[in-house]
Design a protein around this ligand. Structure first.
Ligand code: HEC
Ligand code: HEC
Ligand code: HEC
Ligand code: HEC
Ligand code: HEC
Ligand code: HEC
Length: 474
């Protein structure tokens, strides 16, 4: 019965692979559909990196913001937001007021499936792991690639089929030769093996299983890599922003900029407006002069020569903007020594070219320097894993540095931790839960009593369920 169990195993593997494959293909189709819908309907007001605000809010994490209500409510909002506002829906009213009552146009023709696809696209774009996306962050490229690159999967399947046929033909020839040899040697009473016999023979099935395992391993590894889980990944950023300067020398609190860490799943990269809180005043840097800080101004449309936001910026051409910022850069250098004054035109041109290169991204359809800064995303868990910053930072009281290393010493941030499942689990096994004075743990009174009476030495995250699969997997 060796054959049967082998066949069963092979079939199981095959169906597993097919499942993986179809799920992948399905989600890729949904992403592509969502992408087109987004581009044609939403992109003029909602940033396609899903992280920064534009005319409307960043849509990343929007499902969480509507999590207290029926999913249907969010869908109604997208079809006709004003109807929901008029009906007094709490979330609708809140977001409408927050956005100074700017009216989002209605989309009555979108079907549920359309909106599903939009959500799939919004979520994966936000997480930076849309299928088919490029390996996160070739320098200068944005946090998330566009899912337009072709894949080699088709080619692999064709190759596999050809190899399979070849294997069968060879096996058949070998068996025929064998048979003839034996006939020549005068043996009698043998049966010539049929094709079915060969196909179900141990070696063929063994080979098939082996091939499937290799193929499976290959796709898994490939997917894992493309998900961007890369320890040590340290991409160049569009602006030479230094954590060593800001969090180190200037001692700015991490949460001043990453204020999401305390209260939500995501830490969130600060919007350029946060930078403006200080850089309206600090306009020329000691390291790069005007070169880097002007990028912030160009991205928010601020004219540092007059200290005003440029009016009607949406209708300004690149040439108009270049004139404004050239004037600023030029004036700064005219104050300097003669040697620089002579070269000022060249300095201005070089700086402007660098600003354009850093702030625009043709691949993403972002052609204007005005608009959000395309920071390259570094940390990125796969979709099936759930991680929540607030849980760790506010409740668990875990320091940022335990997971991200000494960021305050980094000129350029890189990924310090492996972000693997083993890494999460190890810490949950070892880390003691900080019970004292923490409201959140009221329900664990038994543990608290045991601790106080000395029956129990410590309570780890594992003890409160931190190793249960469903806590980390959807
Ligand atoms: C004309 C600009 C505009 C377009 C086009 C637009 N939106 Fe909006 N959207 C807004 C504004 C502005 C808000 C903030 C609420 C308000 O002021 O009405 C918003 C809010 C939202 C919200 C609620 C966000 C939250 O945090 O609760 C969702 C969801 C949303 N839009 C989805 C979409 C989708 C999906 C599309 C495309 C089908 C789209 N929007 C097209 C301007 C727009
Ligand atoms: C002045 C604002 C500011 C402060 C203060 C700040 N950060 Fe950041 N942080 C940023 C910006 C902007 C980025 C995106 C650019 C980059 O990666 O350098 C970022 C990126 C990061 C990233 C990488 C995010 C990713 O893409 O995966 C981590 C981790 C991080 N910060 C942690 C910290 C920690 C920890 C502190 C405190 C020690 C801190 N930050 C203080 C602005 C700030
Ligand atoms: C709380 C105040 C504060 C905030 C917020 C802040 N910065 Fe700074 N930044 C500073 C100070 C102070 C310096 C040091 C200036 C110097 O070196 O002359 C600096 C320096 C810099 C420099 C180096 C300039 C040079 O040429 O030396 C860059 C680039 C920069 N900041 C970018 C940013 C960006 C991008 C943000 C937003 C994500 C930001 N900063 C937010 C205070 C701030
Ligand atoms: C227990 C480990 C842990 C701690 C503590 C932690 N982080 Fe993270 N951080 C992560 C992981 C894991 C990710 C990737 C999340 C993802 O891809 O969904 C991440 C991602 C980020 C990002 C990228 C944007 C995002 O939210 O996905 C920033 C910025 C960041 N962390 C900043 C911080 C800051 C600031 C602190 C401290 C206030 C902090 N982190 C504390 C593990 C941690
Ligand atoms: C540096 C240590 C550390 C690392 C690394 C870490 N965690 Fe945690 N985690 C904690 C602590 C401490 C708590 C307890 C906070 C609490 O009580 O909710 C916790 C709690 C949790 C919880 C809630 C558990 C519960 O029973 O309510 C989840 C889910 C979780 N972590 C997921 C993750 C994931 C996913 C990763 C890896 C990407 C990770 N953690 C990495 C320390 C860590
Ligand atoms: C503390 C959080 C945590 C717990 C508990 C946890 N996982 Fe995971 N798991 C993760 C993270 C994070 C990843 C993604 C790591 C990566 O990218 O390789 C992951 C990945 C996986 C994967 C995919 C492996 C891959 O190569 O992508 C499987 C399968 C899995 N977990 C199964 C389980 C099972 C079964 C359990 C329960 C016994 C479990 N996990 C419990 C955090 C957790």
């Amino acid at each position: 019965m060796v054959h049967k169990s082998l066949i069963n195993r092979a079939l199981l593997l095959l169906s597993f692979l097919a499942l993986q494959f179809s799920a992948f293909a399905q989600s890729e189709a949904a992403v592509n559909a969502g992408k087109v819908l987004f581009k044609t309907n939403c992109a003029q007001c909602h940033n396609r990196n899903m992280k920064d605000d534009l005319t409307g809010p960043a849509l990343g994490g929007v499902e969480e913001r509507w999590a207290d209500y029926d999913q249907a409510d969010l869908y109604s909002w997208i079809r006709n937001s004003q109807a929901l506002v008029q009906a007094g829906h709490p979330r609708a009213t809140e977001v409408f007021n927050q956005w100074n009552k700017v009216v989002m146009q209605p989309f009555p023709n979108l079907t549920d499936e359309d909106i599903n696809n939009l959500m799939v696209y919004i979520n994966c774009q936000y997480a930076g792991n849309c299928p088919g996306a490029q390996i996160a962050g070739t320098p200068g490229n944005l946090n998330n690639g566009t899912p337009e690159e072709g894949s080699n999967t088709g080619l692999f399947i064709i190759l596999a089929v050809i190899l399979g046929i070849l294997a069968v033909v060879l096996a058949r020839i070998a068996s025929n030769l064998n048979y003839m040899l034996k006939v020549q040697a005068g043996e009698t009473g043998m049966v010539r093996r049929s094709l079915v016999d060969i196909l179900t023979s141990k070696s063929v099935i063994g080979f098939l299983v082996f091939a499937l395992v290799v193929l499976g391993g290959y796709t898994t590894v490939n997917n894992a890599i493309s998900m961007g889980r890369q320890q040590g990944y340290q991409p160049e950023q569009p602006i030479k922003f230094s954590h060593a300067t800001h969090a180190g020398a200037q001692k700015i609190d991490c949460q001043y900029c990453h204020d999401g860490a305390r209260r939500s799943k995501h830490s969130v990269i600060p919007a350029a407006n946060t930078c403006m809180n200080c850089h309206k005043a600090v306009k020329v840097g000691s390291t790069y002069g005007t070169a880097e800080l002007t990028k912030i101004y160009a991205s928010v449309g601020y004219d540092p020569s007059t200290d005003t936001y440029i009016e009607d910026i949406e209708n300004k051409s690149t040439e108009d903007l270049k004139a404004i910022y050239s004037k600023w850069i030029q004036n700064e250098y005219m104050k300097e020594d003669d040697a620089k004054v002579n070269k000022v035109d060249k300095i201005v041109d070089t700086q402007w070219d660098a600003i354009v290169a850093s702030l625009t991204d043709e691949a993403m359809g972002d052609e204007s320097v005005y608009g959000p800064i395309n920071w390259v995303r570094i940390h990125n868990l796969p979709d099936h894993a759930y991680f929540n910053h607030a849980q760790h930072v506010s409740i668990g009281k875990v320091e940022c540095q335990q997971c991200h290393g000494k960021v305050e010493e980094m000129e350029l941030v890189g990924q310090v931790a492996p972000l693997s499942m083993g890494w999460c689990i190890n810490c949950h096994r070892q880390t003691e839960v900080k019970f004292t004075g923490n409201e959140y743990y009221k329900s664990y009174s038994r543990y608290v009593e045991e601790l106080e009476s000395g029956v129990r030495e410590k309570v780890t995250v594992e003890d409160i369920g931190g190793l249960e699969c469903q806590k980390c997997h959807y």
